[in-house]
Design a protein around this ligand. Structure first.
Ligand code: FES
Length: 114
């Protein structure tokens, strides 16, 4: 997962806030507008929101679509999704430890099925 940075510069919404909204179930820009107040008009919103929403695991470059498909095909735990897609298996380059920052989002995708 990327380090925190401003995404919506008009309303001062950062990357981590958007990822937390996704862990709470946000999957669309409309849902981000409602949950965290992104403006959808500034350069950050226009250039980055779709990419953030479509990615689950930045470490392993796994998309939301890949995880949703894994869940629809029967992966019903974070571990099973990882076996199928590789999501959640990144290693922090600085510490050498498992990253795992996307596991909350993977669990939410399992929970709500999208
Ligand atoms: S974002 Fe690091 S393991 Fe998925």
């Amino acid at each position: 997962m990327a380090k925190n940075r401003a995404i919506c510069t008009n309303n001062k919404v950062d990357y981590i806030t958007i990822r937390k909204a996704m862990i709470s179930g946000a999957r669309t820009i409309d849902e981000l507008v409602e949950l965290v107040g992104v403006c959808r008009e500034c350069e950050g919103c226009k250039s980055e929101l779709n990419a953030i929403l479509s990615s689950v695991c930045g470490c392993m470059n796994v998309s939301l679509e890949a995880v949703v498909n894994a869940v629809k095909n029967g992966a019903d735990t974070v571990e099973k999704v990882g076996e199928v897609t590789g999501a959640g298996r990144g290693i922090n380059e600085e510490t050498g430890e498992e990253c795992g920052k996307c596991k909350g989002l993977i669990q939410n995708i399992i929970d709500i099925g999208r």
